[in-house]
Design a protein around this ligand. Sequence first.
Ligand SMILES: NC(=O)c1ccc[n+]([C@@H]2O[C@H](COP(=O)([O-])OP(=O)(O)OC[C@H]3O[C@@H](n4cnc5c(N)ncnc54)[C@H](OP(=O)(O)O)[C@@H]3O)[C@@H](O)[C@H]2O)c1
Length: 169
Amino acid sequence: MKIILWATLVANGNFAQISAENSSHREAFGDFLARAQATGNFIVGRKTFEELATSGGGNMGEIDMVLVSQTIEEIPGVKVVSSPKEALTYLQAKGYTTTLLAGGAALHNAFLGQGLVDELIFNVVPALEGKGLNLLLDQDRYQYQEVKLLGFQSLGNDIVQLHYAVEHA
Ligand SMILES: NC(=O)c1ccc[n+]([C@@H]2O[C@H](COP(=O)([O-])OP(=O)(O)OC[C@H]3O[C@@H](n4cnc5c(N)ncnc54)[C@H](OP(=O)(O)O)[C@@H]3O)[C@@H](O)[C@H]2O)c1
């Protein structure tokens, strides 16, 4: 299973927090939807899922949405699992060969921490944030890993998309 981490970053490197005021993220969200349609599925953390649901973006039509949560047991029409590994087992059993990680930071960091991410797609939006969320290889200790640039493109509205491969040892 190829696992692609998709994330919007602000220009000072934080993992961007999305809110109604951050309308500059619209193009990035359009890119996410196109990629989710192409892969047919995505995995999302509980807090991001709840944000999507309250902003009216929770209905993804034919796209298989897998929600990772240890506090939610069941939501009609949504597959709920309790761990990253369980999400992957479910998608593999359905025949998917690629999945997209929609965030948020806790979900991404769980996959990064377990060495499960194969590619990174970062959309850098023209904004700065103060204290914020970060994507981390390891929550407890310093780690450094180089990644390979696969490509870059403009998404319009001053948003630059960077695409990297993560090489596994
Ligand atoms: N920049 C972007 O591209 C982007 C994308 C999406 C969201 N966001 C932003 O990210 C923020 C939300 O991110 P967040 O880090 O606070 O929350 P999150 O990752 O969306 O959700 C965290 C929750 O997901 C579940 N979860 C995560 N990892 C798990 C694991 N390993 N095992 C079991 N359950 C796990 C847990 O749910 P339970 O507590 O139910 O167990 C956890 O409390 C918001 O500000 C949102 O706007 C940004």
